[in-house]
Design a protein around this ligand. Structure first.
Ligand code: GLU
Length: 427
């Protein structure tokens, strides 16, 4: 091993761990970075990793400890930016990868942010509202050292909502002694949140799906869509596809899979999920064995749940001609190759799900200027930002004969490493 490169000591590099996936994606972009390769190892080490203990009083009087993380992968182009997830399987490797994908996403969209991500290893479904609030507040206090409106701005992610953001904003503000709305995005509207933010990720997924379908000559009004995940991203995307006359034929979530070749009504499904906590048992479709989700005949597949879902095990079975990644990191590099061999177009996460952070950027700007835009303006700017980024990446993919993912990485890594090189090393 040359002195110039020492691998990180603390990450168990299991072949299928998310950080390893990210490292493989970086390897694929290296041949296209030219002189900037001198700086590429910057991307292989997060700038800052904070691990915190999150102790709380449970309602039954006991004390519970949870593991929390905030990782700032890169801040060359601006403050860290990225969500916080609450999930029982959160790991450091995962949060590192998610923070790195935020660096790539923000640079691919040309937003003035670096990349960061946070997580608490907790199953929020097992907590009462009071316990959830205490976890959120203690976690926020612990990471208060490294976050701030000009330092690193958290937002919602898996299992976190505008309510969690309100508690984060309040806790940070109480510790600072002044109300600081710009410290998080995805807040309630009444606290300086932005119109359109809640729907923004799903709306962005739908926008790029339509554009990619147009490029493929696929008529969206006649297309069949399968969606994995029916949370903030999947449910909004499903509704927009249905509004556009596409048929949502399958939906899978952590409770099960439902299938209906004549189309699932996302509005009725939404009501079912809000009562029962998941899609399982929905009367407007038949239940399907979970693994058969990958064989469902469809034109567009939207993985909008967790990472590592499309793997070498199931990529060969996917029927869609277009995969639009609503989740972060849903496709492994091996599965990417299989899909490419099968001429299935993948619109990668770093562009497909960037609608959320794009409107987060609008929210941050609105908070600073204390001047709020109407929803029409927000949606119009969102569409414009996403289509401009998509077109630029499409052109690079065509020119260099690479996948859209590698093209997005070429655009993003070039921007990040140019900033890195111009700033130079300190001291
Ligand atoms: N959690 C979302 C993402 O993965 C949004 C992040 C943000 O708005 O900062 O892109």
């Amino acid at each position: 091993m040359p002195i110039s490169y020492t691998p990180l000591s603390f990450v168990a590099l299991a072949d299928d761990c998310p950080w390893h996936m990210f490292l493989q994606q970086i390897e694929r972009v290296e041949p296209f970075l030219g002189d900037l390769n001198r700086w590429v190892d910057t991307l292989r080490r997060p700038k800052r990793i904070l691990t915190v203990d999150v102790p709380i009083h449970l309602d039954n009087g006991q004390i519970a400890h949870f593991e929390g993380f905030r990782v700032q992968h890169n801040t060359s182009r601006g403050p860290g930016k990225g969500g916080v997830r609450f999930h029982q399987n959160v790991t450091l490797s995962e949060v590192m990868a998610l923070s790195a994908w935020m660096s790539i996403k923000n640079a691919a969209l040309n937003l003035p942010f670096g990349g960061a991500k946070g997580g608490v290893r907790v199953d929020p479904r097992l907590l009462s509202e009071g316990e959830l609030e205490r976890v959120t507040r203690r976690y926020t206090s612990e990471i208060g050292l490294v976050i701030g409106p000009q330092k690193d701005i958290p937002a919602p992610d898996v299992n976190t909502s505008d309510r969690v953001m309100a508690w984060m904003m309040d806790t940070y503000s109480m510790n600072q002694g002044t109300t600081s709305t710009g410290v998080v995005t995805g807040k309630p509207i009444a606290l300086g949140g932005s119109l359109g933010r809640r729907e923004a990720t799903g709306r962005g997924v739908f926008t790029v799906a339509c554009e990619a379908a147009r490029k493929l000559g696929l008529d969206i009004t006649k297309s069949q869509v399968a969606i994995q995940g029916f949370g903030n991203v999947g449910s909004v995307a499903a509704q927009l596809f249905a509004n556009a006359q596409a048929r949502v034929v399958a939906v899978q979530d952590h409770t099960g899979t439902i299938f209906n070749p004549s189309g699932i009504n996302p509005c009725l499904l939404g009501s079912h999920v809000s009562v029962h906590g998941g899609v399982s048992g929905f009367a407007g479709g038949n239940s399907l064995e979970n693994d058969l989700f990958w064989d469902v005949p469809c034109d567009i597949l939207v993985p909008a749940a967790l990472e590592g879902q499309i793997t070498s095990q199931n990529a060969g079975r996917i029927q869609a001609s277009l995969v639009v990644e609503g989740a972060n990191g849903p496709t492994t590099p091996q599965a990417d190759d299989i899909l490419a061999d099968r001429h299935i177009l993948v619109v990668p996460d770093v562009i497909a799900n960037a609608g959320g952070v794009t409107v987060s950027y609008f929210e941050w700007v609105q908070d600073f200027s204390s001047f709020f835009w109407d929803e029409q303006e927000i949606n119009a700017r969102l569409t414009q930002t996403m289509l401009t980024a998509f077109e630029a990446i499409w052109q690079v993919a065509k020119e260099k004969q690479v996948s859209l993912r590698t093209a997005a990485f070429i655009v993003a890594c070039t921007r990040i490493l140019q900033a890195r090189a111009l700033r130079g090393l300190y001291p």
